[in-house]
Design a protein. Structure first.
Ligand code: AMP
Length: 282
């Protein structure tokens, strides 16, 4: 496996691969790899000749109050895991190489970025789409895979791909969970022991609402309440939002119809870790 730090070197390498007719796959990550990331890589391994995993903690998508400095950076261990899961190239650029002095351009995907995570973290999605487009231009993949875990992010990136006619097939991979249901996340390492014990309730709340939905409940308030009831039982975290939204991330009111995204964000009371999770109904 190759480890490439320089954007220009990577781009030259990928242009050559394209000239040789090789199919390229890309798995963008911020590192601190867990089985969720690995399963993304494995899901497209057989469909490409060169599998590139990018590892970059992107400063542009963090607000000044967020955890950019303390975000786990474990490049050596990540490279080992990437190699073991069939990655051919790890691209791990520095912030200075990605955003040299004078950098000024931003990709913005409009209304969909103003709801849910966009409302809670203003500017976050502009940072995401800007870096993802840069990564696409450097890696030049035929296929890129993202996680359902960050459902709105996947919708926003699909919006960008469609709107800007980016010739990339995007795949959304299901959320990989711990055996107790907690969605895997690099941020789970921040949790205190007590928070970790209670954290599976976050998924349990979603499952409770899904069960209710499957029994025929279609009232959006009742479904949100079913989640809230489960969360009330925990004194380890506080829900930031419990949302039922359509494919454009617009909040549903009254009776829901068609496929809806039930997403939650909980703030852990002690470590202040922000945990996100979601499930589709319908
Ligand atoms: P991150 O490193 O957190 O930016 O995540 C990189 C990619 O992995 C994103 O597309 C995430 O949605 C995806 N991802 C993160 N956690 C999981 C998980 N538990 N299951 C599946 N995909 C995930």
């Amino acid at each position: 496996m190759e480890l490439i730090h320089s954007p220009i070197e990577l781009q030259k390498r990928m242009i050559k691969a394209r000239e040789n007719g090789q199919r390229i796959g890309c798995v963008p990550t911020m590192g601190a790899l867990h089985e969720g990331h690995i399963s993304l890589a494995c899901s497209i391994r057989d469909r490409v000749d060169i599998l590139v995993m990018t590892i970059f903690v992107n400063p542009l998508q963090f607000a000044p109050s967020e955890d950019l400095d303390k975000y786990p950076r474990t490049l050596e261990a990540d490279c080992q895991k990437a190699e073991n899961s069939g990655v051919d190239i790890v691209f791990a650029p520095s912030p200075r190489d990605m955003y040299p002095s004078g950098f000024a351009s931003t990709v913005s995907c409009g209304e969909i970025t103003t709801y849910l995570e966009g409302a809670a973290r203003p500017g976050h999605f502009d940072g995401v789409t800007t870096v993802v487009l840069k990564l696409f231009n450097l890696v030049q993949p035929h296929i890129a895979v993202f996680g359902q875990k960050d459902a709105q992010q996947s919708l926003v990136i699909q919006r960008m791909i469609t709107d800007l006619n980016i010739p990339i097939e995007m795949i959304v991979h299901p959320t990989v969970r711990e055996s107790d249901g907690l969605a895997m996340s690099s941020r789970n390492t921040y949790l205190t022991r007590e928070e970790r014990v209670d954290a599976p309730r976050i998924n349990r709340g979603l499952v409770a609402a899904k069960n209710l939905y499957e029994k025929g409940e279609r009232n959006s308030d009742s479904l949100r309440l079913a989640v809230a009831e489960i969360y009330k039982e925990s004194n380890q975290f506080t829900p930031e939002y419990i949302s039922l939204a359509d494919q454009f991330c617009i909040e549903c009111e009254g009776t829901i119809t068609g496929k809806v995204l039930l997403s939650v964000v909980c703030r852990c009371n002690s470590s202040q870790t922000r945990l996100i999770d979601n499930i589709f109904l319908g």
